[in-house]
Design a binder for this molecule. Structure first.
Ligand code: HEC
Length: 194
């Protein structure tokens, strides 16, 4: 097999997809942004669910637990970070390691207003995953001079700890979340070729 003829970057999907072509043959040598973000989300979702089910739910405030999950955990002698805080610490740590992607946890009904969508695509994505349970959202947006592939994945109430804490939180705009419902979304943004 010869691959001498041409190596082209596909502008539509950006630098993460490298296409090597030879006559009529085309080979994918890179990873598509969608496969990249789907894979990242699988890791994020698994870690987030495990932390909630294996740690937060078991430490729950009603069980006389010694260590309590609390958003002000740093001020307490025995506090543990909330799932959303663990998620943000992860995103901050990743941002120190790579600029190949960024991610955040957002919602149309945020406890913390800073977690509301900021760009039109984020808002569109959060609306889409709310209206289409089980589906992901994929879009493109230009911020400054950079084009981005932006994916939005549903963040679902996987444990009673999710719904009870949000429904009872004084800053929550909603008090009727139910198990299995979409509570928000994970936004993953990947810079692609210009
Ligand atoms: C003990 C309370 C508590 C638990 C348990 C909890 N949350 Fe939250 N959640 C919060 C608080 C407080 C924030 C805001 C944190 C911040 O950004 O400072 C938040 C943030 C979020 C956000 C981002 C938007 C917003 O509301 O600010 C989503 C989405 C979310 N939580 C969903 C979930 C899901 C799904 C679960 C279960 C897997 C869960 N939460 C468990 C209290 C909780």
């Amino acid at each position: 097999m010869k691959y001498a003829k041409s190596i082209a970057l596909v502008a539509a999907l950006g630098a993460t997809t490298l296409v090597v072509s030879c006559g009529g043959e085309t080979e994918q040598a890179g990873i598509e942004p969608k496969v990249f973000t789907d894979s990242l989300f699988a890791v994020m979702k698994s870690d987030r669910t495990n932390y909630t089910k294996l740690i937060v739910q078991r430490l729950g405030p009603n069980k006389g637990a010694f260590i309590k999950p609390d958003e002000h955990w740093e001020d307490l002698d025995q506090g543990a970070p909330l799932p959303a805080q663990m998620f943000r610490y992860g995103a901050e740590g990743v941002a120190e390691i790579t600029d190949e992607f960024t991610y955040s946890l957002q919602s149309l009904w945020p406890v913390n207003k800073q977690n509301a969508p900021k760009t039109p695509i984020e808002k569109e994505g959060l609306e889409f995953i709310k209206d289409n349970p089980g589906q992901n959202f994929y879009g493109q947006e230009k911020l400054g001079d950079v084009n981005y592939f932006t994916a939005v994945y549903a963040d679902v109430a996987v444990s009673p700890a999710c719904t009870s804490c949000h429904n009872e939180h004084k800053d929550s705009p909603r008090t009727d979340f139910k198990i299995g419902e979409v509570m928000g979304g994970v936004v993953i943004r990947v810079p692609v070729g210009n």
